[in-house]
Design a protein around this ligand. Structure first.
Ligand code: ZN
Length: 430
């Protein structure tokens, strides 16, 4: 009996010590990236520095106090172009590029845009803890995507590793990592009498814990010191109970609490901001005050940011939409971008259902989209348009895809008997 008891004792001791070891081991293994992970990530960074606008003036940064996270509000290709080459301002002037140090694509691929020694022109009018011009003392990281749709898991992984590396180089704590929307401020406008937060909404959907970051500022130091007034929505996101985060993917839709200002920030009245009303009408930001009035924008209006080609969108009235330069499928189809009923016609002639689109940022320019459709149904010798679409075969909502890769609405087809064999028909769901 004794012998058995001793054996049991050893077994218990062994199991207990195993648990103790695991208890200390597991957190360090699962949260911290290994040296090998970091080295592998560092090697994977794509060097994009050669694309930098030669007119950009390189100035060395004297100190590095912060890492600022942005969302680019553009697809990948236009993000890379605008950040390296510069952007057109409403005044018509062009900036000189160098607008961030790193860009992280939706699939996590990371690009080095500017050597981290230099100042990037990324934060604009900004203040944190009494210090202004945050670009001079910080590193900028741009996540491809909008502040109102979720950041991908791959992006969180990459930014976590990148921040780890930069924190090591510059000896920065987790509190040094802030979003652009936290540090930007604006001059008085129709919503604020004083200098205020909220000029930018950039990266307000950034969930720190998903990037492996610990606790941070529980308050805004410049609001507390009365240097700035708070933006109520951002204050709730960053220092409140964070209930707004769950709604992040609906946050480009106007409601009582979600105004043009809280969605577009300083771009609310600009031409590049497009308002899509529930009745389908489109207005650019510079038309609202004359044609509608800022307090009369109907609820459920969708606000689209950075619409460089706003006029093209305005002309695109029928069900067939075209992706213009610098736009993503998200900006045309919204949350429907990856549904089976959203159908993409690529310039290569390929047809794809939304459910097979993995990266909305990378669709080629001139891709056409129809939203809310089923099909294709093929026209054959014994199966005419009428057989497939019924009485609605001439309808503007019945879409024909010709073997010549031409897309036509039913009301634009003159002679149905001349439709080539192999023409495909797509029918609206409702
Ligand atoms: Zn930003």
């Amino acid at each position: 009996m004794n012998g058995f008891k001793k054996f049991d004792d050893y077994r218990i001791k062994f199991v207990v010590s195993l648990f103790v070891i695991l208890f200390f081991l597991i957190p360090s293994v699962s949260t911290a990236a290994t040296k090998a992970d970091l080295a592998k990530f560092q090697r994977s960074i794509v060097d994009y520095r050669r694309q930098l606008n030669p007119r950009f003036k390189k100035i060395r940064r004297a100190k590095t106090s912060y890492i600022i996270v942005h969302t680019s509000e553009l697809g990948l290709n236009s993000t890379l172009r605008v950040i390296s080459k510069g952007k057109r301002l409403p005044s018509g002037r062009r900036t000189r590029g160098g607008h961030t140090h790193y860009v992280i694509a939706r699939d996590g691929r990371t690009y080095r845009m500017l050597d981290r020694r230099y100042q990037a022109d990324h934060a604009g009018r900004s203040m944190w803890n009494g210090e202004t011009n945050i670009s001079k003392i910080s590193i900028g990281i741009e996540l491809v995507g909008n502040h109102y749709n979720p950041i991908t898991r791959d992006q969180y992984r990459s930014i976590g590793l990148l921040i780890d590396i930069l924190q090591g180089v510059y000896k920065l704590s987790d509190r040094a990592v802030l979003t652009h929307s936290q540090v930007a401020y604006g001059y008085p406008n129709r919503w604020f009498k004083k200098n205020h937060r909220g000029r930018k909404r950039c990266a307000k959907n950034f969930i720190r814990s998903k990037a492996g970051l610990g606790p941070t500022w529980a308050y805004d130091p410049d609001v507390r010191a009365r240097r700035l007034s708070a933006d109520p929505q951002l204050a709730d996101v960053f220092y409140g109970r964070q209930k707004l985060r769950a709604k992040a993917d609906e946050a480009n839709i106007i409601s009582k609490s979600n105004t043009a200002w809280s969605i577009a920030g300083e771009d609310y009245d600009q031409r590049i901001t497009v308002y899509k009303f529930p009745n389908g009408r489109l207005y650019t930001g510079d038309q609202i005050s004359d044609k509608i009035g800022w307090n009369r924008i109907p609820a459920n209006t969708i606000v689209l940011l950075n619409q460089e080609t706003a006029i093209e969108v305005k002309r695109d009235k029928g069900p067939i939409k075209t992706i213009p330069v610098g736009r993503s499928a998200w900006s045309l189809a919204g949350k429907a971008y990856n549904r089976k009923t959203t159908i993409y016609f690529l310039p290569s002639g390929r047809i794809k259902h939304g459910s097979t689109i993995s990266n909305w940022a990378d669709l080629p320019v001139r891709t056409k989209i129809i939203i809310g459709y089923r099909g294709p149904f093929k026209i054959k010798k014994d199966r005419s348009a009428y057989h497939i679409a019924g009485v609605k075969f001439r309808d503007r909502k019945t879409i024909y895809y010709l073997p010549t890769q031409k897309l036509l609405a039913g009301n634009n087809i003159k002679n149905f008997s001349k439709l080539p064999r192999g023409t495909l028909i797509f029918l609206p769901i409702s």
